[in-house]
Design a protein around this ligand. Structure first.
Ligand code: GLN
Length: 510
């Protein structure tokens, strides 16, 4: 096995056993990036020097007896490992970050020309948490500008190609992170999800992605798109790695007033639950409105049914549930998210940071020219839509109504979860579409978010787990949703599905 193929848990074991060094791991990733990324375009910034330096430091810590695992059978410097030494759960592991997360001293562009040269002066809380856990930040990944999109074609710099078929999009907006994990140009990555941006690209690239419950993970240092919907989460090669990463990034943060002060389970123990008890006793709801959605691809339907049968064989009882607001969810989301975006993006005005057009004659002209130059077409569309929806006279007809639909979506889920522990559905109506296919048709693009965005509107967690392939060989994921703060159920069921389906050729052959 090549080093670039390793999962987090395999890399931890190899590092603890001294089979290779962290520097070996980082170099393997950098070689892989060098070979493939010219074509895939998953990264915006690669921090080769920073990563190598951090790897050398990690190797020193390993040599000094800072242990990696709470695993009795490994010894480091001859002493037995015990849990008190479990200080750096990600020591020496290279991780990629969506370029919407602030990194001290490393450019954070949000894939926007307006922030092309922006270098933050602090780390996002999740980045500090990763670093405190010993992780190495290898680079910053591509996205739709400010996370607005579903294909990564809206990046202000370049598109990202799907590693399974380079004519296709990787999904979005965390398309760079998903493509980097799928092409094994990092061991794991973080993405963000406002309406599906972790789960949909994970599905399109054949990897695992979790959007945690709103409030589970601090958003401090995440450049806001729609603050009431955004969450950061893992994109990984398998379910176990997502659980490992979640363990590191979850937790209360006084710097984010929406961060929840709630107990954090050891998410990896959900794997043990599956190993010991299977999925018996679990009930899964199938929303009847989802399967009658127009344009549901037959390959997606087949993969969904296969996943459903697999879960049933594992003891999950299927029940029908209803999410009646499904018809209105996309419309309501595309009022709320742009409204929040129009307010959040007002700060990029050419005065305090980022691009400034110096050809302007006066302040207003400078604002106009800077924003027209700095923001791409989709971001401008969102700002205009959002500003309109919030303007006096229209506020109640648009924003007010959308928030009422949002409350009804939440109620739909509350009712549904009275009947079940998890809800399953496809992640997206079709497998990855072709580059260019939807880019000139925003409405079609927006409609592809139909299965994912309701969970954001309700604040609930969701996972995408690979469950099959289309007839063209493109990966398809199953979405599992759960009640607030019940990520354990997602991981347990997702792990059960992953282990039972045991999909061969899990990664593109590149
Ligand atoms: N596609 C959705 C949008 O463009 C979701 C994006 C996201 O989750 N960041 O708003």
């Amino acid at each position: 096995m090549d080093l670039y193929e390793l999962t987090i848990s395999q890399a931890q074991t190899g590092l603890a056993k001294r089979e290779f060094s962290s520097l070996d791991l980082v170099n393997a990733m950098l070689d892989r990036i060098e070979k493939l990324d010219g074509d895939i375009g998953a990264y915006i910034t690669i921090d080769a020097d920073g990563a190598r330096e951090a790897a050398i430091e990690a190797d020193q810590r390993i040599a000094n007896g800072y242990y990696l695992l709470k695993h009795e059978s490994f010894t480091n410097n001859g002493s037995n490992l015990d849990s008190s030494n479990y200080r750096y759960p990600l020591l020496g592991i290279p991780i990629a970050l969506k370029d919407l997360l602030c990194t001290i001293g490393v450019k954070t562009t949000c894939a926007s020309k307006i922030l092309e040269n922006f270098v933050p002066q602090y780390d996002a809380t999740v980045v500090s948490m990763l670093k405190n856990a010993g992780a190495i930040i290898i680079g910053k990944t591509n996205l739709d500008e400010f996370a607005m999109g579903s294909s990564t074609e809206n990046s202000g710099f370049h598109i990202t190609r799907n590693p399974w078929d380079r004519e296709h999009v990787p999904g979005g907006s965390s398309g760079g992170s998903a493509a980097a994990v799928s092409a094994r140009m990092c061991i794991a990555a973080l993405g963000t999800d406002t309406g599906g941006s972790i789960r949909q690209p994970a599905s399109h690239c054949g990897v695992v992605g979790i959007k945690p419950t709103y409030g589970r993970v601090s958003r401090y240092g995440l450049v806001s798109y729609a603050s009431s919907l955004d969450q950061i989460g893992p994109i990984t090669k398998d379910v176990e790695d997502s659980a490992i990463l979640l363990n590191v990034i979850c937790g209360h943060d006084p710097l984010d007033s929406t961060s929840a002060n709630i107990e954090i389970p050891d998410f990896t123990s959900a794997l043990e639950l599956f190993k010991n008890y299977g999925l018996k006793g679990m009930k899964a709801g199938i929303p009847k409105e989802f399967l009658s959605v127009k344009g549901l691809d037959p390959d997606v339907e087949t993969a969904f049914n296969n996943a459903k049968d697999t879960l049933e064989k594992l003891g999950v009882e299927m029940v029908e549930v209803s999410l009646p607001q499904t018809d209105y969810a996309v419309a309501a989301y595309y009022v709320i998210a742009p409204s929040e975006a129009s307010s959040n993006l007002a700060r990029f005005d050419g005065v305090r940071f980022g691009l400034r057009d110096n050809s302007a004659n006066d302040l207003i002209d400078m604002y106009k020219k800077t924003k027209s130059k700095g923001f791409g077409a989709e971001v401008q569309r969102r700002i205009i839509t959002g500003t309109y929806a919030l303007s006096a006279g229209y506020y109640d007809a648009y924003y007010g109504r959308a928030t009422r639909v949002r409350a009804m979506i939440r109620d739909d889920f509350t009712r549904a979860f009275e009947k079940c522990d998890i809800i399953i559905s496809p992640v997206a109506p079709t497998p990855a579409f072709k580059i260019g296919e939807n880019i000139d048709d925003p409405l079609t693009m927006y409609l592809t978010d139909i299965f994912t965005l309701s969970t954001n509107m309700a604040g609930l967690p969701g996972i995408s787990v690979p469950c099959g392939f289309s007839s063209k060989g493109l990966p398809i994921g199953l979405q599992i949703m759960a009640n607030s703060f019940d990520e354990m159920a997602l991981i347990r069921a997702g792990y059960g599905l992953e282990q039972t389906l045991a999909i061969k050729d899990k990664f593109p052959n590149i």
